[in-house]
Design a protein around this ligand. Structure first.
Ligand SMILES: Cc1cc2nc3c(=O)[nH]c(=O)nc-3n(C[C@H](O)[C@H](O)[C@H](O)COP(=O)(O)OP(=O)(O)OC[C@H]3O[C@@H](n4cnc5c(N)ncnc54)[C@H](O)[C@@H]3O)c2cc1C
Length: 358
């Protein structure tokens, strides 16, 4: 049986840990007190099959059956509504094609979301099969599998030193040390830093910050909880019902660095302004806000595979804005590769391989 250390207790580390825990000895190390503390607790929790490039879309498509399986069951209906101003016609039409949305009249849009402002919203389109992901449930699902298989998850365990000798890793935290044959790097925004610690060449990942404001839902509306996700053109904002309120994101991509991210007030204000331009509702206050780091490889495709210069080092990185919706397929492919098993997803290996950066 392989001994495997996984660094990172977000969706990437937990999902691959869950898969591997059936056939290998795994140890998962997470530097924070709680699992999913960083990007994995800050997402919009959406499953949009046609979001991302061709490889990402394939990973989304292949993940869906697992996420819908009755024992996992984390997807639920949401729908998606595009709204655009008169001046945005061209971009709107392009976006409808790219994301396979059907154009509907603004009156129809108003039936779906009663706060649509027919004075400013001149174009609208809808797609029904956009889904919500219960991200907490998915994180717990994989955590439970790891624990059920009697493997250890160590929180409060920041990896600070890594050495490699005689084909074995020695991984050290402040008060412990662990050894393994294989090291899986699933450390989100920190993947290049962890690679450097391990003496592996970093691949040039970019953590891009994206923020979110939670605001009270408008009063006197009928069942806003059923509203679809609402998008402006070219990601000028998105908004969706969440926990009895609305979340509104400016959809920004601010170049950042690995850290505990927080939102800038001007970004939140811009997102809310763009949203308010198309609806008859004005936001009176922000209940809470947060930001997370969407970490992308230079070509915005996940990186899954053994490092070409040290085959004991395995990358599971660059989940960008798709970490939950790709998680089932990405973790299946990753665990098959780590275990040297034949994979149903082997046709994607080259597309996601770290070799493309060498
Ligand atoms: C605003 C926003 C909206 C999003 N919306 C969606 C969406 O709708 N759908 C979707 O699929 N995705 C979405 N995403 C993206 C998704 O959240 C991420 O792709 C995913 O959470 C990344 O998971 P991860 O496990 O790679 O990273 P993380 O969750 O950040 O986990 C990495 C972990 O590694 C740990 N770590 C780092 N260094 C060390 C070390 N030295 N030692 C020990 N531990 C370490 C960190 O503490 C962290 O917990 C969104 C993201 C944001 C910010």
């Amino acid at each position: 049986m392989h001994d495997i250390i996984i660094i990172g207790g977000g969706i990437a580390g937990l999902s691959v840990g869950g898969r591997l825990s059936r056939e290998a000895n795994i140890t998962l190390l997470e530097m924070e007190e709680n699992l999913g503390h960083h990007t994995s607790s800050r997402s919009a929790a959406a499953f949009i099959e046609d979001y991302g490039n061709k490889t990402i879309r394939e990973l989304n498509r292949c993940s869906k059956p697992y996420l819908q399986d009755k024992d996992v069951n984390v997807l639920s209906p949401r729908g998606s509504l595009f709204l655009a101003k008169k001046t945005e016609k061209e971009a709107f039409k392009r976006q409808c094609i790219e994301f396979a949305h059907d154009e509907i009249s603004v009156d129809e849009a108003k039936k779906l979301v009663e706060i649509v402002d027919i004075k400013t919203a001149k174009y609208s389109a809808y797609r029904e099969d956009i889904l919500d992901i219960d991200t907490d449930k998915l994180l717990q699902h994989f955590t439970k599998i790891i624990k059920k298989n009697n493997h250890k998850i160590h929180t409060n365990s920041k990896v600070s030193k890594i050495s490699f000798k005689n084909d074995k890793w020695l991984v050290e935290t402040d008060d412990n040390s662990f050894s393994s044959d294989i090291l899986v790097n699933a450390s989100g925004a920190w993947v290049d830093e962890v690679a450097l610690l391990a003496g592996v060449r970093p691949l040039g990942f970019s953590p891009l910050k994206r923020s979110m404001a939670r605001v009270p839902a408008p009063e006197n509306v009928i069942n806003h909880k059923k509203w679809p996700m609402i998008h402006g053109v070219d990601e000028s904002f998105y908004a969706k019902p969440d926990a009895g309120e609305l979340i509104v994101s400016p959809s920004e991509e601010t170049i950042s660095f690995p850290h505990d991210a927080w939102p800038a007030e001007e970004d939140l204000a811009q997102g809310i302004f763009n949203f308010e331009e198309l609806v008859t509702f004005s936001v009176k206050r922000i209940t809470s806000s947060w930001a997370g780091l969407r970490t992308f490889a230079p070509d915005r495709t996940l990186v899954i595979g053994h490092d070409p210069e040290n085959s004991h080092f395995f990358w599971l990185a660059g989940q960008g804005g798709y970490g939950f919706q790709t998680s089932a397929a990405a973790s299946e492919l990753a665990s098959d590769m780590v275990l040297g098993k034949k994979s149903n997803l082997a046709y994607l290996k080259d597309k996601v391989s770290p070799k493309r950066f060498f």
